[in-house]
Design a protein around this ligand. Structure first.
Ligand SMILES: Nc1ncnc2c1ncn2[C@@H]1O[C@H](COP(=O)(O)OP(=O)(O)OP(=O)(O)O)[C@@H](O)[C@H]1O
Ligand SMILES: [Mg+2]
Length: 419
């Protein structure tokens, strides 16, 4: 800080103190005038005035600043809310009841979550579940707060953590109790998805493993010296081992994509090159299955923001499915069009199609319309789950349409406003 700035700051502070002490100074000026009027000398009066001025400036520096108080944060609004106003705004259901179990208050979240809960009702008539009854009785007995898990089946399945506690007695009044609910449905759903996933993954791995173990035992025992059977079994074992490897690859792929879900894609990828490449690489498989891949891909680059490897994986999966499951239709059409900001890639087959009830579930992990057909086609049921995750990261949309007997179309839309 320069000397000139220092001087300006000091001057400012002195002026501020003089302004804050203006009433004391006015009184001093008045006294000085009075002394003067009694014939005291000018010099004496001026000296008194200066003394008062110096004292005031020095003293006011030691006093707390009144404007510092006004700089403190405003009172939190909670100081001005009544308990009822606060309870009314809470998202968790909250009910207050007395020793007889009569409801004295239910906040709007409670009335919304539990039908017909209202003041004057009987709490235990509404909550007949044994766990709530036991909870309420136990807290009424000894006043110690307790919690329990509570499951509501109707009108919607919901999981709650219910807590009952004794509220402070007001004066000599009757004790009152508070019952609150914390909604755990979402956490419960995620937990169930996780355990379903582990159960499915283990099941999928256990099946080929059980078959491998069985063949190893047969080869060590009854088929020990049977050359022909050994060749046959080794071939099957090889296929099962391959299946396990594919499953593990798909699981790792899914977990890698999930970890990257929040990282935005930023490279320009030419979709026409990707689709042509996929159609080329899928040709041997299509030929094996007696399917022809037809292309209707717009010429020239059609760029979208994306990750080339991930988009290749998406279309490989879709074209492979179309060839495998739509094999009976004998042809698969790969189409790419851009119109305005929207880029549309369609993989169409003319096979048996997919019944309506399966369509919304196709992107679930391990979901298969027909597990046997899928396994025969070396499917793991993870392909479309991977496709969905990749497209979500790309802010693209997958639309599945099908008519039984006429085939199925899988359309990927980039840049559509509701993607
Ligand atoms: N074009 C299609 N026509 C008919 N059914 C289909 C088609 N595409 C997918 N399906 C059905 O959807 C299921 C799920 O497909 P998904 O790609 O997720 O798994 P998969 O092909 O069985 O295994 P993976 O792709 O991991 O090898 C398939 O098992 C099949 O039943
Ligand atoms: Mg597949």
């Amino acid at each position: 800080m320069s000397i000139a700035e220092n001087r300006d700051g000091l001057r400012g502070r002195i002026i501020e103190r003089i302004i804050r002490s203006r009433f004391v100074l006015a009184a001093a000026a008045f006294v000085t005038a009075l002394v003067l009027s009694f014939g005291a000398s000018w010099w004496l009066s001026f000296g008194i005035l200066m003394l008062v001025l110096v004292a005031v400036v020095g003293l006011s520096a030691a006093l707390p600043r009144t404007d510092a108080l006004s700089e403190q944060p405003a009172d939190p609004v909670i100081f001005r809310l009544s308990g009822q106003q606060l309870a009314a705004q809470l998202p968790d259901p909250l009910i207050i009841f007395d020793r007889e179990g009569t409801i004295l208050y239910a906040n709007p979240a409670a009335s919304g979550a539990f039908r017909a809960i209202a003041r004057g009702g009987t709490l235990l008539m509404h909550f007949r579940a044994p766990e709530i009854q036991a909870l309420v009785h136990a807290v009424m007995e000894d006043g110690t707060a307790r919690s329990t898990d509570y499951f509501e089946r109707v009108p919607l399945e919901r999981w709650y953590r219910a807590t009952v506690l004794l509220l402070d007695r007001v004066g000599a009044g009757e004790p009152q109790f508070l019952l609150s609910f914390r909604d755990q449905t979402e956490a419960h759903r995620l937990e169930r998805m996780r355990s379903d996933f582990i159960a499915n993954a283990s099941h999928e791995l256990r099946t080929p493993l059980a078959s491998l173990t069985g063949f190893i035992e047969t080869l060590r025992g009854p088929a020990r010296n049977d050359e022909k059977a050994r060749e046959n079994f080794l071939e099957i074992m090889h296929k099962q081992a391959e299946r396990m490897a594919r499953l593990i690859d798909d699981l790792l792929s899914l977990s890698r994509i999930e970890m990257k879900a929040h990282i935005a894609v930023k490279d320009q990828v030419d979709l026409s090159a990707v689709l042509n490449h996929v159609a080329d690489t899928m040709r041997p498989l299509a030929e094996d299955l007696g399917v022809t891949i037809e292309r209707d891909v717009a010429a020239g680059p059609i760029n979208v923001l994306g990750d080339r490897d991930e988009l290749t994986q998406v279309f490989q999966n879709l074209v492979e499915n179309a060839c495998k499951y739509g094999q009976s239709g004998k042809r698969v059409v790969v189409e790419l069009k851009r119109s305005g900001d929207v880029t549309k890639a369609v993989i169409q087959d003319f096979g048996p199609g997919i019944a309506d009830e399966h369509i919304p579930r196709l992107t679930e992990r391990f979901y298969r319309v027909n597990a046997e057909t899928s396994k025969a086609q070396k499917g793991t049921g993870l392909g479309l789950a991977i496709v969905k995750h990749i497209l979500t990261r790309h802010r693209a949309r997958l639309v599945i349409r099908s008519r039984l007997g006429e085939g199925a179309s899988f359309t990927v839309l980039f840049g559509a406003s509701d993607a």
